[in-house]
Design a protein around this ligand. Sequence first.
Ligand code: PEP
Length: 256
Amino acid sequence: MRKPFICGNWKMNTDRAGAVALAKATAKVAAEVPAVEVGACPPACYIEAVVAAARGTPLVVGGQNMYFEAKGAFTGEIAGPMLKDLGCRYVILGHSERRHVFGEPDDLISKKVRAAFAFGLTPILCVGELIGERRAGKTNEVVQRHVTSGFAGLAKEQAREVVIAYEPVWAIGTGETATPDQAQDVHAFIRGLLAGLYDAGLAQAVRIQYGGSVKADNAGDLMAQGDIDGALVGGASLTIDSFAGIITEGAKAKGL
Ligand code: PEP
C-alpha cells in the first residue's frame, strides 16, 4: 500500500522564528498521525532551522528547488549536495512557479530530477496544465510531456521513488480546486503513463499527490479518490490549524 504523503510548500514565506514555530507545530501533528508521511519545504535559508526543529520527529524536510550541478559559478542557485547536507530528504522540482514565472523548460527539470537522485534526494516532480491548455483539451498531452521528460533516463528503482504532484496551474493559489473526479482522471492517466514507461507494478507503487488550493474542507474528498495519495499544499500549509485539518481529513479518507 502507498503511504499517503502530505507536504507543505511554504514558498517565499515565513521568517526564521515563524518557520521554527510552524515546523514544531507541524512535527507534532506528524507524530500524532504516523500513518501519513508529513513534510515541509521551507525557504532555503530556513531549512537548517526547520531540520533542527524537526529532529527526532517524523517530519521530513525538502527543498523547493535546486540546480543540477553539484557546485560552481551559478550565482543565486542552491545545489543538491547542499540540500542534502542541511538534512533534506526531498526536493520539489518543476513547480509551476519555476516553469511559468522563471521559465524553466522540461529538459532543465529533467536534468534536475536525475541530479536529485545522484545527490541522494527524492524528487517531488510537479506536473500540470495551464487553464488555456485544459480548455483546449490538452491536459493529458501536457501532463504526458511533463511526466515523460521528468522520468527520462531514470532507472526503475529510481522511478519507483519519485513523488509526482499533479498540480493544475489554474488551481494553485486561486481558491479554485480541481474536482475530485477531474483530479482522479489525471492521476489515473499518469499511472497509465508509468505503466507504459515501466510496468504496472511500478505504476501502482508511485505516489501521486494532488496540489492546488487544497484545504481542510476539500482534502477528504480529494484523498478519497483511489489514485490520489496525498497533497502538496501551499497557502494552507502556512497555518497549523488548516494544515493539521488537511492531514487528519486525508488520513480519515484513506481509512487510517
Ligand atoms: C503549491 O504551491 O504547490 C500549491 C498547491 O499552492 P496552493 O495550495 O496555495 O494552491
